[in-house]
Write a protein that binds this ligand. Structure first.
Ligand SMILES: NC(=O)c1ccc[n+]([C@@H]2O[C@H](COP(=O)([O-])OP(=O)(O)OC[C@H]3O[C@@H](n4cnc5c(N)ncnc54)[C@H](OP(=O)(O)O)[C@@H]3O)[C@@H](O)[C@H]2O)c1
Length: 222
């Protein structure tokens, strides 16, 4: 679970641990990971991971291989730059690139690094936490860095699902809805409700959907 020291990521860790799973709570600050994991219980293990770092991805893959020998679920949750202050027509492309580094290349890099461990699992799943903002069907203007990175994350989800079908890895994108976190701000729905959407995709049974886009377990339009 990436970006799990606060917000939806932290709550997904709490819910997965409550279901009896061993959870690797990762955060880019080692202290933040340790503090969050300590609050959630003994089955939640803190791991330092900045998703923009290739070195971190390689190190974490080595750690998981050494400690567990496999990975059942990768949840790509960490994201930045809900850029309500920008418009596509005038956007600062450095900001757009930075957002993609975390929101798109982060999940991509981690998937590549952790695939050998996912292949060791009997029930492997990848969950990419996306946003309905990325739905092309209803897309208007605004939040260009965030939206374009999530559109590309959805495309990555489709490609990985197709390529990894023969490995029995279920790969789905999930929108948690508008959630009252630091990113979502006040007024969104409670964090446990948003997190439940992610937990649903992380715990899909064998033969469950792959290559889909969901909120609350129901399909969303691409
Ligand atoms: N909240 C909403 O309304 C909403 C709606 C649709 C989709 N989503 C999606 O849901 C997911 C979680 O959002 P949230 O609302 O929980 O956001 P949040 O409260 O802003 O938390 C974001 C998390 O990502 C981490 N992070 C950022 N950059 C990172 C990096 N380079 N490496 C590792 N971790 C990094 C942050 O860590 P630091 O503490 O170190 O910054 C933090 O733990 C995101 O993918 C978001 O796009 C949210």
């Amino acid at each position: 679970m990436t970006g799990a020291n606060r917000g939806i990521g932290r709550e997904v860790c709490r819910q997965l641990a409550a279901l009896g799973h061993t959870v690797l709570l990762t955060a880019r600050s080692a202290e933040a990971a340790t503090a969050a994991a300590a609050e959630l219980g003994p089955e939640v293990h803190p791991v330092r991971l900045d998703v923009t770092s290739e070195d971190d991805a390689v190190r974490v893959a080595g750690e998981v291989a050494g400690r567990f020998g496999r990975l059942d679920v990768l949840v790509n949750n960490a994201a930045i730059t809900y850029d309500t202050w920008q418009r596509a027509s005038t956007a600062d492309l450095d900001v757009v690139r930075q957002a993609a580094e975390t929101n798109l290349y982060g999940p991509w890099r981690l998937t590549q690094a952790l695939l050998p461990l996912l292949r060791e699992s009997a029930h492997p799943r990848i969950v990419n936490v996306s946003s309905e903002a990325a739905s092309l069907t209803n897309m208007g203007g605004g939040t260009p860095a965030y939206t374009s990175s999530k559109v590309a994350l959805n495309a990555l989800t489709r490609m990985l699902a197709a390529e990894l079908r023969t490995d029995r890895i279920l790969v789905n994108a999930v929108c948690p809805g508008w959630v009252a976190t630091d990113m979502g701000g006040p007024g969104g729905r409670p964090v446990p409700e948003g997190a439940a959407s992610v937990v649903w995709a992380a715990t899909l049974p064998d033969g469950g959907p792959t290559g889909g886009f969901f909120r609350d377990g129901r399909p969303l339009p691409w």
